[in-house]
Ligand binder design. Structure first.
Ligand code: NAD
Ligand code: IPM
Ligand code: MN
Length: 356
């Protein structure tokens, strides 16, 4: 039996997570596996009601009582400074020390890419985003608030340990998956201190992993190359903020934010699985959100349980839905969020589990 903590969150989060949970329940049933879901209401509603963001004992409780966390999205126009989202999502990433943010960018159907003449083989890379450092740590402050001379300071933290562990994860990931190429990106030409450190760690590690073809691109060049010739990339390792931006670019290259999954990981510990997209307030409550990013995130979740056939089954029905046009409007279809969920679950039952 595996226990999954579910944090639906704000906006379209609850709608896409409801579909992901149904898909997980269905795949569990056809595989004869027991899954238990417990929902947590950490969200803008809860914050506005009683001030709760992430309870202090939440990280410890999640570690003790659960095997995985499934997360929707946070962000609500009623909380303009995004405080609850930072405290809950970043609180969990930092509190659980989930230093890997794994964001696969895989083209499931050639019709989905905005790039001319590209097919499934040309777009299949993973972004490994450092997830516990950079300007995300919340160090800084504001001086002379609301005065004409106001100053805002955000400290960009980079540590040798932080850079080394995500780069090492990247090299090991490449080896584990039979991949040959790794690209490390930074902005060390403009940020010689913090990103110069990444360069030094990278140069040291690449000699240790001589079997992997390792290269470096400044992030601006990488952005351009990803559009010009995405087929050259297999594994991309990026500092936190750069990885955030690149992963929306990568998502768009393979069909848009509605499709992109992610996993926040620390090997050997509980992981947090979430679509890359946000709470999309303009779509919320309208049965318009694409649930596939959340569903593909749940495939990453079961894969980390070691349930490989279940993960393949989920990916196969998502791909089949795309191929046959059973999609929400962002992918050109005319189905609602829930109807896509119905189709995916029926198709899972119809097909059963794939052979090993
Ligand atoms: P967003 O990802 O919510 O939306 C960007 C665009 O993509 C919008 O046009 C939206 O309609 C579309 N989109 C996103 N998800 C979609 C889906 N599943 N199906 C169809 N279309 C989809 O980003 P934003 O508008 O910049 O942010 C909205 C809020 O979400 C903000 O408060 C932001 O801070 C928050 N946010 C949260 C997370 C997270 O919780 N992990 C991630 C990104 C943004
Ligand atoms: C993401 C989001 C978050 C991030 C925001 C909501 C803080 O954009 O998960 O990509 O920047 O990490
Ligand atoms: Mn983002």
């Amino acid at each position: 039996m595996r226990r999954v903590a579910v944090i639906p969150g704000d906006g379209i989060g609850p709608e896409v997570i409801a579909v992901a949970v149904r898909v997980l329940q269905t795949v569990g049933e056809i595989a004869g596996r027991r899954l238990e879901f417990v929902e947590f209401d950490w969200s803008a509603d809860r914050y506005l009601r009683d001030g709760t963001t992430l309870p202090a004992d939440a990280p410890a409780q999640l570690v003790q009582e659960f095997d995985a966390i499934l997360f929707g999205a946070l962000g609500d126009p009623r909380v303009p400074d995004n405080r609850h989202a930072a405290e809950i999502l970043l609180g969990l990433r930092f509190g659980l020390d989930l230093y890997v943010n794994l964001r696969p960018c895989q083209l499931l159907d050639a019709r989905l890419t905005p790039l001319r003449g590209r097919s499934e083989q040309d777009l299949n890379f993973v972004i490994l985003r450092e997830n516990t450092e950079g300007p995300y740590v919340g160090l800084g402050g504001v001086f002379r608030r609301a005065m004409p001379e106001e100053l805002g300071l955000e400290v960009d933290i980079n540590t040798a340990r932080g850079a080394e562990r995500i780069l090492r994860y990247g090299f090991d990931y490449a080896r584990r998956n039979g991949l040959k190429r790794l690209c490390m990106t930074d902005k060390s030409n403009a940020m010689p201190h913090g990103h110069g450190l990444w360069q030094r760690v990278f140069q040291r590690l690449r000699t240790e992993y001589a079997d992997i073809e390792a290269r470096h691109l400044y992030v601006d060049t990488l952005a351009a190359e990803l559009v010009r010739d995405p087929g050259q990339f297999q594994v991309i390792v990026a500092p936190n903020l750069l990885g955030d931006i690149l992963s929306d670019l990568g998502a768009q290259l393979v069909g848009g934010l509605g499709l992109a999954p992610s996993a926040n990981l620390h090997p050997g510990r509980i992981g947090l699985y979430e679509p890359v997209h946000g709470s999309a307030p303009s779509l919320a409550g309208r049965n318009l959100a694409n649930p596939m990013g959340a569903v593909l995130s749940s495939a990453l979740l079961v894969e980390d349980f070691g349930w490989r056939r279940e993960a393949r089954a989920i990916r196969a029905v998502v791909q089949a839905a795309i191929r046959t046009g059973q999609t929400t409007p962002d992918l050109g279809g005319s189905q609602g969020t829930q109807q896509v969920g119905d189709w995916l679950c029926n198709e899972l039952i119809r097909r059963g589990l794939p052979e090993d």
